[in-house]
Design a protein around this ligand. Sequence first.
Ligand SMILES: C[S@@+](CC[C@H](N)C(=O)[O-])C[C@H]1O[C@@H](n2cnc3c(N)ncnc32)[C@H](O)[C@@H]1O
Length: 226
Amino acid sequence: MRTRLPLGNPGTQFDWTASFGRDGGRVLDLGCGNGFWLVNSGLQRPHLDHLGIELVPPALRTGSLRAGQRGLFHVKFAWGDATEFVVERCPAASVDEVHLYHPQPYYEKNRVVRRQLTPEVLGAIHRVLRPGGVFVFQTDNPAYMTYARLVVQQLFEFKERFEPWDDMPRGRTLREVVARSQGWEIFRAVGTRIELTAHERDARVGLMPAPDFDANKPDWQAGRRG
Ligand SMILES: C[S@@+](CC[C@H](N)C(=O)[O-])C[C@H]1O[C@@H](n2cnc3c(N)ncnc32)[C@H](O)[C@@H]1O
């Protein structure tokens, strides 16, 4: 049993059942960092299969080690591009929860294209979720949240949460813990998938603006870069 997974060749569909050796509820964390939340969720919800995707190998290693030390073989980590995974490889209607915690805002204009929350990704999240599935989004960047409010509600019933999560009141992720220690506001929301046909979804996605917002609002936490 392993807590690390290869995603396989680009273009191949991910096989959840073969990868986890069972068929059940599934949780996907896009850019899971060191897996702080994913491991905790796996401890609290052993009936669900958890997959974290992360681009930075040391972070990924920490998560998979933590899961392995606890024998959490239903919590697995894969190195790779979470955007490519959700857009290209994750089968339709195969996941119950998609989580995106503190995606990097990217302040420099030439790096804005790396932002994780885009219309294409949001459409893909809606596609891979099963009926009734949820998309959990969290950031400490007000401009990112303003963009999320604008686009997510096109495909999800988007409900903001103003207090810390009950399962990890001191912070679900490392970034949340760090941001709170600096006194920064945390924006949390749960989106419940609206039932739409693929055609309706694509039409809504086609009308969404690109995430080319200015993450560096002058009235926001002067001097801060995160
Ligand atoms: C600010 S950190 C937040 C990490 C964690 N979610 C948290 O809240 O502590 C953003 C993470 O997303 C990862 N990341 C950014 N773009 C990614 C992508 N396309 N695929 C996978 N991981 C990505 C980064 O490597 C980084 O670990």
